[in-house]
Design a protein around this ligand. Structure first.
Ligand code: MEV
Length: 310
């Protein structure tokens, strides 16, 4: 093997349509400039993964991730150690699991002199993401593998991934709530409610789809107020789906009071991060940071996003 070898996966922010995207509705997402980096080096004994983040390091699913990635790439399962450095907080809904899957896959492929196409990175990344939650739409590995800017996503085999043509980059603030969460638990809980009453939930998913299309129309025209309205309407529908919690709703409200044009949970929900759109994102981030909220300001465009964490 060629050691050391590196790989990187990008985090993501879902602007509109999480959860409904699992049920075949469109969603709007963007890759983040922050992600995870994996380095494969020489080790002894069985292949293992170490992380600089305690929450990742103790995750029992990591052994399965390494074993599956080695099997996909047909590489020997011994004598390597994979060290992961995360620029992204895990467990807040910013796609750290999929970014981890893609980073590990890329690093191992590079160690094994395998060149993966973008399509393979996405397909294998999606297979690995299923270790973390059971019904992935594929939107997170799409952002992790494709990098770049803002895209409309529709699940499928293959999925439809359409980069948006934006009049201007979208100024966003991502704010972290203090409530820990699990995408797997949120997805599984919604699946149980949908199975009990599919007609009701399919109707809400259709409403989400309309909001997503309105939001995409606004985003493409650079209409930040219109996009903000779509964020707020999507948040109300996420509450109806039962994947929101009061902590997140309060944080979204604080972002609006600080000047955001709209705010909503992002990703799996039930805690984690809030995304807000704002004409002056730095000003909104400053107000939130003054009360101890961790934020990321990002300007996502058609190409690679710019951003910084505070
Ligand atoms: C997770 O980032 C987004 C969800 O829609 C799940 C998925 O699409 O796989 C909640």
């Amino acid at each position: 093997m060629n050691l050391p070898a590196h790989g990187r996966g990008a985090g993501k922010v879902i602007l509109l349509g999480e959860h409904a995207v699992v049920y075949g509705r469109p969603a709007l997402a963007a890759s983040l400039p922050l992600g995870l980096v994996a380095e494969v080096g020489a080790g002894s004994g069985a292949a293992r993964l170490e992380s600089d983040h305690a929450q990742l390091d103790t995750d029992p699913r990591l052994a399965a991730l390494v074993a599956e990635a080695l099997a996909i790439l047909d590489l020997p399962a011994r004598e390597v150690v994979i060290r992961v450095r995360s620029e992204l907080e895990p467990g807040v809904g910013l796609g750290s699991s999929a970014a981890l899957c893609v980073a590990v896959l890329r690093a191992l492929a590079s160690a094994g002199s395998r060149i993966l196409s973008r399509e393979e990175e996405f397909r294998f990344g999606r297979r690995l993401e299923a270790i973390f939650h059971g019904h992935p739409s594929g939107i997170d590995p799409a952002a992790a593998a494709l990098g770049g800017g803002c895209f409309r996503f529709l699940r499928g085999d293959p999925p439809t991934i359409a980069p948006l043509r934006l009049a201007r980059a979208l100024p966003l603030v991502v704010a972290m709530s203090t409530r820990p969460r699990s995408t797997g638990a949120a997805v599984t809980g919604l699946r149980a409610r949908w199975e009990a009453d599919p007609t009701r939930y399919e109707r809400v998913f259709d409403d989400v789809a309309s909001v997503v299309e309105e939001g995409i129309y606004a985003a493409e025209r650079g209409d930040l107020e219109g996009l903000g309205r779509a964020f707020d309407r999507n948040q109300a529908l996420l509450e109806t789906l039962g994947v929101s919690v009061p902590e997140v709703e309060e944080l979204a409200e604080r972002a609006r009071r600080a000047g955001a044009l709209g705010a909503k949970l992002t990703g799996g929900g039930a805690g984690g991060a809030v995304v807000a759109v704002a004409a002056e994102p730095d000003a909104v981030a400053r107000v939130l940071a003054a009360s101890g909220v961790r934020t990321i300001v990002a300007r996502v465009g058609a190409d690679a996003a710019e951003g910084r964490a505070a």
